[in-house]
Write a protein that binds this ligand. Structure first.
Ligand SMILES: C[S@@+](CC[C@H](N)C(=O)[O-])C[C@H]1O[C@@H](n2cnc3c(N)ncnc32)[C@H](O)[C@@H]1O
Length: 279
């Protein structure tokens, strides 16, 4: 494994061992049955493949597809036994041109990916194409407002951050982001599934709450999210003193470090839209 990115592998192994409550609940809501064939598009290093495999056993198969060869190598390593016995398959491919015949799967799932996609109306019909009539297309993602983290900080400061996030999205992040990001994809999901021609479109939300005691890893991941992922998107849209306040809130050792507050928690919502392929 020496040539694989170790931090990604460790992160995926951790998610596999301790899956987020919102993902577990969302996958449970799909009412999968033994023997089904599920496609996980943009599976990354495979944090959800085991959850699907458990739900379609015995006789079922989950196929993980990703564009990243390194990520698939990690998934293959973490799921070596399931890959060997055929219950997990891994496939390199692009979601806009899925390398599968029509109607190959009972369910096609995609999580935390559509917000990076230029034109969802290229990707979603492909998902529908590879699902059998009567089968399910399921897309899970966040939304910059609907999923904005709830934690015990002053509402006024949260308002400043939300406003910056909205401005950043509106002004295309000042053209400085190295990746596509539609922060408001969550609210668009049902409409997009209807436009794809799916029926019985429905929307559910699932919360994930991280509260004390936080593992050192969870605490570090949470701080990285605020300062690196979210921070990269909003920094240029915050006044310097607001950026400093955000930085102090998530820098260990700072007197304003939020995760050390007694009773600290962070809750976030994700949205799952599902639709059936016409029979
Ligand atoms: C943010 S990760 C999400 C991983 C996983 N689905 C999850 O929910 O944790 C997005 C994944 O989509 C993959 N990806 C990006 N563009 C893709 C494309 N055009 N086709 C297939 N996979 C893609 C990336 O390589 C990455 O593994």
């Amino acid at each position: 494994m020496a040539d694989l990115p170790c931090d990604l592998r460790e992160e995926a192994a951790r998610k596999l061992a301790h899956p987020a409550a919102n993902i577990v609940a969302a996958i449970a809501s799909l009412e999968l049955d033994a023997g089904m064939h599920v496609l996980d598009i943009g599976c990354g290093p495979g944090p959800h493949l085991g959850l699907f495999a458990d739900r379609v056993a015995p006789g079922g198969v989950v196929t993980g597809l990703d564009i990243g060869t390194d990520l698939l190598a990690i998934a293959a390593d973490l799921h070596a036994e399931a890959v060997a016995n055929g219950t997990v398959r891994l496939q390199k491919g692009d979601l806009n041109r899925l390398p599968f015949d029509d109607a190959s799967f009972d369910v096609a799932w995609m999580s935390a990916l559509l917000h990076h996609i230029d034109d969802p109306m290229d990707a979603l019909p492909e998902m529908g194409r590879v699902v059998k009539p009567g089968g399910l297309v399921a897309v899970m993602d966040g939304d910059s407002d609907g999923s904005f983290p709830c934690l015990p900080w002053p509402p006024e400061f949260e308002h400043v951050l939300r406003t910056a996030a909205l401005r950043a999205q509106r002004e295309n992040f000042g053209g400085s982001l190295s990746y596509l990001f539609d922060g408001y994809i969550g609210r668009k999901l049902p409409h997009l599934l209807v436009a794809t021609g799916l029926t019985d479109v429905s929307m559910k939300s699932f919360a994930n709450v991280e509260s004390k005691p936080l593992s050192a890893h969870t605490e570090a991941r949470l701080c990285r999210w605020f300062l690196e992922s979210f921070g990269e998107r909003v920094r240029d849209f915050l006044a310097p003193h607001d950026w400093n306040r955000l930085e102090r809130s998530f820098t260990p050792g700072s007197p304003d470090y939020l995760p050390s507050q007694p009773g600290f928690f962070m809750a976030r919502m994700s949205f799952l839209a599902t639709g059936s392929v016409r029979t």
